[in-house]
Design a protein around this ligand. Structure first.
Ligand SMILES: C[S@@+](CC[C@H](N)C(=O)[O-])C[C@H]1O[C@@H](n2cnc3c(N)ncnc32)[C@H](O)[C@@H]1O
Ligand code: SF4
Length: 373
């Protein structure tokens, strides 16, 4: 069974820092877009002689909660999934009725974008909601019986201080979500010109690292296990869907700009919503995606290392052998020796050894990835 990602590229307003494939002002496209999604899914399944039965489903974006909830239900009616079904939502776009429809549709996990509890900062980065809107959405979801909630936070933002981070963490920890993702701001140069204010007075690299350590320490103290560079969960609440990506498992990705990984091949769909819809509906599925990579055994092994090392458990000798029928420490002797010498990765375990990032490696993960590219 494979995982399924469904991309919903609509947002009420574009946040100033975000370069995801999402658009505001294209609401008139929603109905056609959903039709295209359903068609794409049937084309993709037909091509691979597969059934619409999935291990996990993830509605991501963009903002899946901006479109009428009936469409989520319609898409789910074509699908069977007994596992985790996640939907990303933005606090400014949610109602009790929508939450009830998600539940009927089979959504059992919500991922809510908060970013920070500081209302001035929320405005400065272009968010459409206040902390109060988030709180209302969170409690509404709990009242509707959602027992698996993830919250997104960001750090390294304009004017943000360690004190801000601490107060966002205290607030979130007190709400007891099952999962927390903490993302360091990625600055996209082309966005600075549009909204310089959102990028003024950014913390230094050193301050930004201190924020990361504070996040890791505080969440650990409060029972959250860091299982990936940016992800923390109460035991048993790790994101099953995202683990599929990091464990290099296969998945379908449908929608504008979505990626798929099927039979050792990585595909990427057309980004542009209008062109995507035209390719699926008017041209009946002609050229809506390109092949990005057909993996060789060698490129697959290298990618496996990069994906798996993102996880705090790292790469185990046993799993590597099981998967590739090769010895991890022979295939990557030079790379692993070098990274261990640099203090970026460490060896753990006795009979079944693993390699994993050290604290320094978590900071300098790019140097680690470069060794395997
Ligand atoms: C698709 S959005 C989540 C759902 C919804 N669209 C929202 O923003 O509330 C995914 C997450 O990516 C993170 N993100 C987006 N752009 C980012 C950037 N430039 N740097 C770091 N994190 C970013 C934010 O934390 C955001 O919540
Ligand atoms: S709402 Fe989410 S996807 Fe949309 S622009 Fe903001 S961060 Fe990006």
């Amino acid at each position: 069974m494979r995982a399924l990602y469904v991309h919903i590229p609509f947002c009420k307003q574009k946040c100033f820092y975000c370069d995801f494939n999402s658009y505001s002002g294209k609401e008139h496209m929603i109905e056609q877009y959903v039709k295209a999604l359903k068609n794409e899914l049937s084309f993709a399944l037909q091509k691979n002689d597969d059934k619409p039965v999935f291990k996990t489903v993830y509605f991501g974006g963009g903002t899946p909660s901006v479109i009428p909830a009936k469409y989520i239900k319609e898409i789910m009616q074509d699908i069977k999934c007994d596992g985790e079904v996640t939907l990303e939502l933005n606090p400014g776009t949610i109602t009790k009725e929508k939450l009830m429809t998600y539940k009927e549709a089979g959504v059992n996990r919500l991922s809510i974008g908060l970013q920070t509890t500081n209302d001035d900062l929320l405005k400065r980065i272009g968010r459409i909601h206040s902390l109060k809107d988030f709180e209302d959405a969170y409690y509404m979801a709990r009242e509707e019986g959602v027992n698996n909630i993830s919250v997104d936070l960001m750090f390294g933002l304009s004017n943000q201080t360690l004190k801000d981070i601490k107060s966002s963490l205290d607030y979130i920890i007190n709400l007891k979500p099952e999962h927390i993702s903490c993302y360091s701001l990625i600055v996209h140069d082309e966005l600075i010109k549009k909204n310089p204010n959102a990028f003024s007075n950014l913390p230094s690299d050193e301050e930004e690292r201190k924020m990361y350590y504070l996040i890791c320490d505080e969440l650990k103290k409060n029972g959250y296990i860091q299982y990936e560079i940016s992800n923390f969960a109460k035991p048993g609440f790790e994101s099953k869907h995202n683990l599929c990506y990091w464990n290099q498992e296969e998945y379908y990705g449908i929608g504008a700009g979505a990626s798929s990984y099927i039979n050792n091949t990585r595909y990427k769909n057309i980004d542009n919503i209008e062109e995507y819809v035209a390719a699926i509906i008017d041209r009946h599925g002609e050229q809506y995606s390109i092949i990005e990579e057909i993996q060789t055994e060698e490129s697959k092994i290298k990618e496996y290392m990069i994906l798996k090392l993102r996880l705090l458990d790292g790469v185990s000798e046993y799993d590597f052998k099981n998967r590739f029928n090769k010895d991890l420490f022979s295939v990557f002797k030079n790379e692993l020796d070098k990274l261990i010498d640099l203090g970026l990765i460490e060896l753990v375990g006795d009979s079944n050894k693993s390699v994993r990032l050290t604290k320094k490696g978590l900071d300098l993960a790019n140097i680690v990835w470069e060794e395997f590219i």
